[in-house]
Design a protein around this ligand. Structure first.
Ligand SMILES: [Zn+2]
Length: 276
């Protein structure tokens, strides 16, 4: 592990926080889907985005990120199309592809979503990748990551981490993300919320939400046949048959909508590039 890196000087932190505040005000914090009305969260959106920028910079030094723009551009466009349907559409989300054959994807605070090449390779078509991205984006929109931070660290430690006064706690958060792709294991209720919101987001963005069900089933199948390939995903996202049944129910309740996308030839060329 590298030497702990501190946050920028508080003045620089404040300046960037103020700039961000305008964007956040434009985005609005209201909810139309009953998001974010559950667990205690002591971290403001401004603080969350600041923490996300710091984590992103450190993760960039420690993960093998894909630079091939035909791959990253595709994932970025897909992610943005999904985010556009959420309450956080006006915030600067970023999507990253990690060169790692293990099947995993994760969201960290501050609108950063990471997807492994192994998950893209395991997706049969674009709606399956959209299902996982929709789920991860929904963890971010529902602010499950910072709810966990609040739960694990409490107010004083959280403030210290954000101001760079507690590098040990920051390094612990970074190490947990590198190890499991999350700050802690998400609760079942957080998973249910991310599934329901993800289905809705996919549908509104024009993707067939059935792709989420297909992908979840694929993950359960691989857990039986090759458990090592999906360990990280299951370590942070408890996935069960019950969740898949609930997801089917959410889909069944959606109004009819023609032209939902499940296939995309461009996805197949991206998949080929990362499967080599
Ligand atoms: Zn999850």
């Amino acid at each position: 592990m590298r030497h702990p890196r501190r946050f920028p000087h508080p003045t620089a932190w404040l300046a960037s926080a103020l700039v961000l505040a305008a964007a956040l005000a434009a985005a609005g914090c209201g909810s139309t889907l009953g998001v974010n009305q559950g667990d205690l969260n002591l971290i403001s959106l401004e603080q969350e985005w600041q923490l996300g920028r710091q984590l992103e910079a450190d993760l960039a030094n420690q993960l093998d990120l894909v630079r091939d723009s035909s791959v990253t551009g595709y994932v970025d466009r897909l992610g943005r199309r999904l985010v556009a349907q959420t309450d956080m559409a006006n915030l600067p989300w970023e999507f990253h592809v990690v060169n790692d054959p293990e099947i995993n994807a994760f969201n960290i605070p501050g609108g950063h979503v990471y997807v492994n090449t192994g998950l893209i390779a395991a997706s049969g078509d674009v709606s399956q990748l959209a299902g996982v991205l929709g789920h991860e984006i929904s963890h971010g929109v529902a602010r499950h990551g910072t709810e966990q931070l609040t739960r694990v660290y409490g107010l004083n430690l959280v403030a210290g981490v954000l101001l760079g006064e507690n590098p040990a706690a920051y390094e612990q958060i970074l190490a947990q993300i590198l190890g499991t792709g999350a700050i802690a294991r998400f609760s079942r209720s957080a998973e249910r919320e991310a599934d329901a919101l993800g289905v809705r987001t996919m549908w509104e963005a024009g993707y067939d939400p059935q792709g989420m069900v297909t992908m979840f089933q694929e993950l359960l199948t691989r857990r039986r046949s090759r458990p090592g390939s999906v360990d990280q995903f299951f370590a942070s996202h408890p996935l069960t048959e019950e969740r898949i049944a609930d997801t089917r129910q959410h889909i069944a309740q959606l109004p009819d909508k023609g032209g939902l996308i499940s296939r995309d030839p461009a996805f197949q060329s991206v998949r080929q590039r990362v499967s080599r």
